[in-house]
Design a protein around this ligand. Structure first.
Ligand SMILES: Cc1ncc(COP(=O)(O)O)c(C=O)c1O
Length: 425
């Protein structure tokens, strides 16, 4: 018997099909735009210069000569690809050096390098959790954490973003599930740029006997004196069991890592499917990440991180002064807030628009005015929570940020006259 359902039907009739078609027809699609120059504070995009306010290259290291040379030397020495798993022919001295230096930096017994940050999360959760365990996730967690939780077949208990009362309830229920319990949160949430209330979360985990994993993707190279992330900035490194990170942001490359206890990492090296059943990253990616890590760990790293914070503060204040609503990195009233706000300033400065179409139209006006921002729509953000996610780099100079603010100032009244008011500050 033949089925009458075509599995390709969803490709034609999915819920976004109509929106996508309309956006394409009017050249309003904010995605897949072509970048024609290196990822610098000002880039060449589709034939003209645009100020880049949509990059995760937070420290601006992708164009740093030492990082480029790190990639070039690795390419010259090990070739274009390793064509094999880490387990087999995919481990080089570069991996060993990088894993050792990452562990030293993070202050953990060991670190292991994955081909991407997504795989670090999927590969960790998919192996350390199993059927019978429970995983408690924040609804704002990165998709890769959710994917790992789903793959693990552990019982999934999500709680509303940042809601500690809901986390507590999930933990109380998880205790009755009968297996091990792991809480998983982003240290800095990727779209809204807010810092997880880790002081309260570690307390709750301890009280309920749960382990805690923090994804430091957006905290690495940004928060903490050493730049290892939100856990360090909040003085909680020793109380977080596992930390993952990516090379695709401050570390100016592509790849991911897990930092944690030696026994867990030893186990994952022979059981993590996203580690074993994929090729090791290209050597150039590792060479670049290692060079970037060494810069971050030097005195220059401290200077870059300070500049990043200043730039974030400048853009945040400027957008707020224009009457736009921006999301703050620290939720008011949390224990996190007792740490100096400046120490928790993240480079992500999201402008709240709420309505999807308005966000796309505003993106287009800014793009035409020479400013590139990221549009975040559901499911990247909650429904009716559309954002223009702006982000700064340490290498943006004041003049460039001021020019971007001037363009926001020019676009806003025109836009509001035509499309109605934007959410206010
Ligand atoms: C919070 C978070 N975790 C993990 C990832 C995945 O990292 P990668 O790009 O290295 O796959 C990202 C973004 O890409 C992220 O924002």
């Amino acid at each position: 018997m033949h089925t009458s359902v075509d599995v390709f039907a969803k490709a034609r009739d999915h819920e976004r099909a109509e929106q996508l078609r309309a956006a394409r027809e009017q050249d309003l699609l904010p995605y897949f735009r072509l970048i024609e120059s290196p990822a610098r504070p000002v880039v060449e995009m589709e034939g003209r210069e645009r100020i880049m306010l949509g990059s995760n290259n937070y420290l601006g290291l992708t164009a740093d000569e030492r990082v480029v040379n790190g990639a070039r030397d690795a390419l010259a020495r090990y070739g274009t690809g390793l064509t094999g798993s880490r387990l087999l022919n995919g481990t080089t001295p570069l991996h060993v050096d990088l894993e050792r230096e990452l562990a030293e930096w993070m202050g953990t017994e060991e670190a292991m390098v994955f081909t991407t940050g997504h795989q670090a999360n999927v590969g960790t959760l998919g192996a350390i959790l199993g059927p019978g365990d429970t995983v408690v996730v924040d609804s704002g967690d990165h998709a890769s954490l959710l994917d790992g939780a789903i793959i693990s077949r552990a019982k999934l208990r999500p709680f509303r973003h940042g809601r500690l009362d809901k986390l507590e309830r999930a933990l109380a229920r998880a205790a009755e599930d009968g297996g091990g319990v792991l809480v998983v949160v982003d240290g800095v949430f990727s779209m809204e740029g807010d810092v997880a209330p880790l002081p309260e979360i570690v307390e709750l985990c301890q009280r309920h006997g749960a382990r805690l994993m923090v994804d430091e993707a957006h905290g690495v190279g940004v928060l903490g004196t050493r730049g290892t992330g939100a856990s360090e900035a909040l003085g909680l490194e020793e109380r977080v069991d596992l930390r993952t990170g990516t090379f695709s942001k401050s570390l100016a490359s592509c790849g991911g890592f897990l930092a944690g206890p030696a026994d867990v990492i030893d186990y994952l090296r022979i059981s993590s499917r996203a580690y074993l059943f994929t090729a090791s990253a290209v050597p150039a990616a590792l060479g670049a990440a290692l060079a970037a890590l060494r810069i971050i760990r030097s005195a220059e790293g401290t200077t870059l991180m300070a500049r990043l914070r200043e730039n974030a503060g400048h853009l945040r204040a400027g957008l707020r002064a224009l009457g736009l609503r921006v999301i703050e990195p620290v939720p008011p009233g949390s224990a996190t807030g007792r740490v100096a706000a400046e120490a928790l300033a993240t480079p992500v400065v999201p402008v709240v628009v709420e309505d999807d179409w308005k966000a796309v139209l505003l993106w287009r006006e800014l793009y035409d005015a020479g400013v590139y921002t990221n549009v975040a729509l559901h499911p990247a953000v909650p429904p009716a929570g559309a954002l223009l996610r702006t982000s700064v780099m340490a290498t943006h100079d004041r003049d460039t940020l001021d020019r971007a603010l001037e363009r926001f100032a020019a676009v806003k009244p025109r836009f509001e006259a035509e499309h109605g008011p934007l959410p206010g500050s």
